[in-house]
Design a protein around this ligand. Structure first.
Ligand code: NAD
Length: 244
């Protein structure tokens, strides 16, 4: 049985991706720093192992990789999904706010990937990093969030180029809006309405619609796909319209 690590697996897109991978015959290390949400998610699932870890903490990440290997013996895929959102104009974004976003969204992807590389080399494994359409377009509110996600897209390219010689693939998924806790904390009604108008499919996506793209990219079906940035966004990116 193949093993995937999914960070931010306790809820939202990470939890939906966990369920899709379980249905596809994977076993999953469910990683999250929200111990209560993680415990709830673990209760009803089998072939999973929960690991309480803050992806922005180097020691915590090294422990998480070691624990995954102790429990499952190998790592075939790493899904760097854990993220935080913060919509704030540049003049009001103080340095603490900026660093809080960068530490999880960018440093977390770097730390988890670096720690997993020795195990991924052994399996010729796959990495999927979750960025955002906010990493592809700028808006007045996304100075920290959008910049962190744009950096994740570049970090994925680095991973694909540097790790290709080991058979390791790396791709980015850029979700459009999905009604998770993260999004609904920052999407005002005006933003929601504007997204509905701007997205050609005229709706938000579901967690599972993002999870299916992730599942494809880590599967053998995508064995010649690496270094790609795939927007799962109902066509928003194709419109050329600015972010609400
Ligand atoms: P969510 O808030 O529902 O889930 C995120 C999970 O990550 C939570 O369980 C949280 O506890 C965990 N987490 C946050 N920081 C962590 C850390 N430092 N260490 C470990 N776990 C941590 O959010 P979601 O919408 O499912 O977001 C998943 C990913 O998708 C994020 O990277 C987000 O930026 C991205 N994304 C979401 C949307 C959207 O509209 N929901 C759009 C584009 C991109």
């Amino acid at each position: 049985m193949k093993t995937a690590i999914i960070t931010g697996a306790a809820r939202g897109i990470g939890l939906a991706t966990t369920d899709i991978l379980l249905a596809n015959g994977w076993q999953v290390a469910m990683v999250d720093r929200d111990a209560k949400a993680l415990a709830d998610a673990l209760e009803t699932r089998t072939n999973v192992h929960g690991i309480d870890c803050d992806v922005s903490d180097e020691g915590s990440v090294k422990g998480m990789i070691a624990e995954t290997l102790r429990h499952f013996g190998q790592i075939d895929a790493l899904v760097n999904n854990a993220g935080v959102a913060d919509f704030c104009p540049i003049e009001e974004t103080d340095f603490v706010r900026w660093k809080t976003v960068m530490e999880t969204n960018l440093d977390g992807v770097f730390l988890c990937t670096q720690a997993a590389i020795p195990a991924l080399k052994k399996t010729k494994g796959a990495i999927v990093n979750i960025a955002s359409i906010s990493g592809l377009r700028a808006s007045t509110l996304r100075v920290a969030y959008g910049t962190s996600k744009a950096a994740v897209i570049q970090l994925t390219l680095q991973q694909a180029v540097e790790l290709g010689e080991y058979g390791i693939r790396a791709n980015t998924v850029c979700p459009g809006p999905v009604r998770t806790k993260l999004a609904m904390a920052v999407h005002t009604q005006d933003i929601i309405d504007a997204y509905h108008d701007a997205i050609p499919l005229n709706r938000y996506g579901s967690e599972a619609e993002i999870g299916e793209v992730i599942a494809f990219l880590i599967s053998e079906k995508a064995s010649f796909v690496t270094g790609q940035t795939i927007a799962a966004d109902g066509g928003f990116e194709a419109t050329g319209v600015g972010l609400p």
